[in-house]
Design a protein around this ligand. Structure first.
Ligand SMILES: [Zn+2]
Length: 255
């Protein structure tokens, strides 16, 4: 079985594994049969709103992981959109020159905020995928900076030519799947919290198999549990292969 993981954080200060942590995570990924992964950076390092220098450091760490594991790791450039258009554009250009293939947005701002416009323009200009943190905000009252699936839909409608990965299927839930159903530039990754029976099947039924991608959020979540959401689902083998590999391969344009 071929597997690509579109949502990992090889370096994470929070878990105190230190610099060896990234290599350890990649060894674990390989042991699970994963052949390629997307590294999103230590996106909550320092605070939820980093300085330009801190953003650069986070992306430098991702670049180092890419260099240490050639052909195994695709880097996404982490951004704090609140730093403004010139900082965003310079950082995207710096990361694209080093082979990054996407942009990662976390909780510096909500995806519906005006500061996202330069981010999305840069994505379109450089042909990048945008991976947007999302979680259902009906019960978490931080929507000022936490993106709800409804906000992902707003972003997707404003920038219909930019491919968007909405993170965290379980966190987005049934309501989140339905919120982005009409936005054909949005796919969802299967990470987020513990698996819920039937949810992956529901996502495939509503969005189509091409719009659901395997992601683990490792090391925040375990590869084994994240993979079993799909391998333990009622989806047939061909559909599972699309979720685990083919969709991500096409989206990232992997050779
Ligand atoms: Zn994550």
């Amino acid at each position: 079985m071929r597997i690509i993981d579109v949502h990992t954080h090889p370096i994470l200060r929070e878990d105190q594994r230190g610099p060896a942590g990234a290599a350890q995570l990649i060894r674990r990924a390989r042991a699970h049969g994963i052949e390629h992964l997307v590294a999103l950076g230590d996106v909550l390092a320092f605070s939820r709103m980093q300085t330009a220098e801190q953003v650069q450091l986070i992306n430098d760490e991702t670049a180092a992981v890419m260099r240490a594991h050639p052909h195994f790791v695709t880097g996404f450039c982490y951004l704090n959109p609140l730093l403004g258009p010139s900082v965003v554009e310079a950082e995207v250009a710096r990361c694209v020159a080093r082979g990054f293939r996407g942009l990662k947005l976390e909780i510096a701002n909500n995806a519906r905020d005006a500061c996202m416009a330069p981010v999305m323009r840069a994505a379109e200009q450089h042909g990048l995928v945008v991976l947007q943190h999302a979680w259902s905000m009906t019960n978490i009252h931080q929507r000022r900076f936490h993106t709800d699936p409804e906000d992902v839909a707003t972003l997707a409608q404003r920038f219909p030519r930019v491919p968007i990965i909405m993170a965290h299927l379980t966190g987005c839930g049934v309501r989140g799947i339905l919120a982005v159903k009409g936005c054909l530039n949005v796919v969802v990754d299967t990470s987020g919290a513990a698996p819920e029976a039937g949810l992956v099947e529901f996502a495939v039924e509503q969005l189509g198999a091409r719009r659901v991608l395997y992601g683990s959020d490792a090391p925040v979540r375990d590869f084994g549990v994240a993979l079993a959401r799909i391998t333990g689902s009622r989806l047939d083998a061909r559909t599972q292969r699309m979720l685990l590999h083919d969709n991500a391969s096409a989206l990232l344009r992997l050779p």
